[in-house]
Design a binder for this molecule. Structure first.
Ligand SMILES: NC(=O)c1ccc[n+]([C@@H]2O[C@H](COP(=O)([O-])OP(=O)(O)OC[C@H]3O[C@@H](n4cnc5c(N)ncnc54)[C@H](OP(=O)(O)O)[C@@H]3O)[C@@H](O)[C@H]2O)c1
Length: 365
């Protein structure tokens, strides 16, 4: 039977523009290593993989940096984060890390490598051997060390994602060593793609400017570290063939995410929940504010695929519809326990006591 649908419009802040950046596929049980994860871009990658339910190993060259990064992550640093002081930037160091992951976690599924930052200062003809060794040889060697240690060990569902900047494609005067090193890494990926056999994949994310914890003012069109993280998670979850993704601005980031999600295996066992909430007189704005406050937390829960809030089309003052999707009924039950302490706050703003949401399973997808 066909029925006339009720049209609903997104209400919660951020629910339209790249809402998927904060809802992740379920990577529970995946063992992911993020060398360079302590960095500005790496933080987004680590947060997104933790939120997706993965076990995340972040090696760092100093204990001080490890402590600092744990502090940066705050509550997100749960028991699935394995932050280890270990020099992964040499061939033997990276090999030892890969062996140790196999021994302790039973293997490695995915690698995301946002290793290395920016270098600037001199035209090519003024570069001395110290600059060359640190900005070119050191960084290229670190990437090569990680690739050779981990690529052959990835599980058959595994993905290797290299993160570089657009200076790999466009020369930046005064930062030539970065351009040369990043271009070499892109070719490293291409060679590895040509040499790989079997289902494993190797992608590159080629970033423009990124807004991160260390950026001062960011332009509205800059991709955020969280968005880079969401795309890296989508790359780990997708079965899309090896390729390079340009993330020069938000439109390109949205496009890359949509492409990777289209290649994601069909969801099975997902549940969709629908709740209608009628606010008390004069409390609608408070209700929207509370739902928006809860949004980042709920979207970051393991297994959360969707959390959106809507109002009836053409009737911005009416009841609100909350739609959530979880990867399994178990994940949804866990979510219900997690948000139980918020029910009294919600109840105080509703015209009628809250009721459990209606639960739906897919018939067609
Ligand atoms: N931030 C941006 O706006 C931006 C824009 C475009 C592209 N990118 C690309 O994204 C990647 C990560 O950049 P980022 O801004 O996150 O850099 P970052 O904040 O400097 O972090 C890079 C991480 O790499 C590790 N590392 C290992 N060897 C290193 C070495 N020799 N020199 C410096 N760091 C080393 C460090 O981790 P440990 O010290 O913990 O080992 C560090 O935390 C780079 O490929 C960069 O080109 C960044």
């Amino acid at each position: 039977m066909l029925v006339q649908p009720t049209l609903v419009t997104p209400t919660s802040p951020g629910s339209e523009s790249m809402s998927t950046s904060t809802t992740h596929p379920d990577l529970s049980g995946r063992r992911v290593v993020v060398p360079g994860g302590t960095g500005a871009v790496g933080e987004g990658v680590v947060r997104a993989h933790l939120a997706a339910g993965a076990d995340v190993v972040v090696p760092t060259r100093s204990q001080e940096r490890a402590d600092e990064f744990r502090h940066v992550l705050g509550d997100a640093a749960d028991d699935r984060l394995h932050l280890v002081a270990h020099d992964y930037t040499t061939f033997p160091g990276a090999a030892r890390l890969a062996d140790e992951m196999e021994r302790r976690l039973g293997g490695v599924d995915d690698v995301v490598a946002p290793i290395g930052g920016w270098w600037a200062g001199k035209p090519l003809w003024e570069i001395d051997e110290n600059d060359w060794q640190s900005a070119f040889v050191g960084l290229a060697s670190a990437h090569m060390a990680v690739l050779r240690a981990f690529l052959p060990k990835l599980s058959t569902r595994g993905t290797y994602t290299l993160i570089v900047g657009a200076s790999a494609l466009t020369p930046v005067p005064g930062s030539g060593l970065v351009s040369m090193e990043q271009a070499a890494l892109l070719m490293m990926r291409r060679v590895a793609e040509a040499e790989l056999t079997g289902p494993r994949r190797i992608h590159a994310l080629v970033l423009g400017p990124v807004s991160t914890r260390v950026t001062g003012t960011a332009e509205p069109d800059w991709v955020s570290a969280d968005q880079v993280g969401a795309i890296a998670v989508a790359a780990s979850a997708s079965e899309a063939r090896s390729q390079e993704f340009r993330l020069g601005n938000r439109a390109e980031a949205d496009q890359a995410l949509a492409h990777l999600q289209a290649g994601r295996p069909a969801r099975t066992g997902t549940v969709v929940t629908v709740s209608t909430m009628e606010p008390k007189d004069g409390r609608r704005e408070d209700l929207v504010a509370l739902l928006a406050e809860l949004a980042p937390r709920i979207r970051a829960e393991p297994g959360c695929l969707r959390y959106t809030v809507h109002h009836t089309h053409g009737e911005a003052d009416g009841p609100l519809l909350v739609i959530q999707e979880f990867t399994s009924i178990e994940r949804f039950r866990q979510h219900s326990k997690t948000v139980a302490d918020q029910i009294p706050r919600l109840a105080a703003l509703l015209a009628k006591p809250p009721v459990p949401p209606a639960l739906f399973e897919p018939v067609l997808q």
